[in-house]
Design a protein around this ligand. Sequence first.
Ligand code: URA
Length: 434
Amino acid sequence: MRMYDIIMKKRNGGELTKEEIDFFIQDYTAGNIPDYQVSALMMAIYFQKMTEQETLALTMAMAKSGDMLDLSAIKGIKVDKHSTGGVGDKTSLALTPMVAACGIPVAKMSGRGLGHTGGTIDKLESFPGFTTGIPVSQFIENVNTVGISIMGQTADLAPADKKLYALRDVTATVDNMSLIASSIMSKKLAAGADAIVLDVKTGSGAFMKAEEDAFALAKEMVKIGNNAGRKTIAVVTDMDQPLGYAVGNALEVKEAIATLRGEGPADFTEICMTLGTQMLLAGEKAKTEDEARNMLSEAIASGKALDKLAEFVKAQGGNPDAVYDCELLPKASVIEAVAAPVSGYIQHIVCDEIGICSLILGGGRENKESVIDLSVGLVLEKKVGDYVKAGEPLAYIHGNDPEKIAVATKRFLDAYTFCEKPFEKKAFIKGIIL
Ligand code: URA
């Protein structure tokens, strides 16, 4: 088999066979095919697209390109959760202790920030001492004893995706449905859970900006998961403005903790309840949606979910006192209000720009070597549909460098548009694909 022939076949609109896909994934992972040939193939796929069969074959080939985690030593139905990425998306921080408090074993692989989107691991490192660099044996033991463990993607898990993702990132071939679906699902399948609940974002802060594309991606991933024998459910949710009010690592941890105390923002609480309900149903801990919702509400009201977060943080080396006293989390030295330039209703927020503001303040990586500042970010005061008077704060910027604060403030203001008349807010949960 020759890579040249595979590129030409796809370039001309042909359908690749499983054997051809297995060949290029195996040989690329082994270092036998150069980046320039795989780049050409990615671009051909970008324009010619892939069929369902090809997407499934690519997913399975990438999932099997390294270790497939065996979680059979963990008792119960393991349910994983994955978001396609967004701004202020701190869902895993609150959701995993909520479902663990209801008896679902959570064995989760998470990532760091990517582009304008944040990552769960960076956020968790806001707890002083916390580490995700634990061996698989401890990961499994913690799930069995504590109920939750979160680790980073090991070098041996779906290595083909790791190489391909880095290549796509620099060749303008990220936003293709089949490539995103296979990238996410290969990691999820290799990570070993029995069931997978996906949070597929849509809007200006998501990779899939258009709602119909997000639904198509959700359907594609659900089909791949179910075909691979894992019960898979996708919830399509709004990412046309940041989730909750806080954007930035420690600030988001604080908001997740408030949510576990029952004092969280409405949209963020709702997403945790919706995804949690699907996780409890998939994990067979509840028979109906109402029962699942009641269990989750009880986990919050009783304080069990908050205590579960503290147990989990302690088991991975972090200071559990910070769960009960947020003063122990990293704090920025300067907090500055951003005043509304006009009076009116907030019509739109360019959501990925808010993620970039956090990045500018130091909350994300400019390159692979960047060390991030966990204390910085933004806390919105007003969101889409809210009325604001000129001069009132739209948000508070938390920073440590006046120059960066000035740049972020300008960019933040440019992301907001105002209108004179009130309007109906859009639905936040767009749909569930079972
Ligand atoms: N997240 C992933 O892991 N892969 C993609 O291709 C896009 C988002």
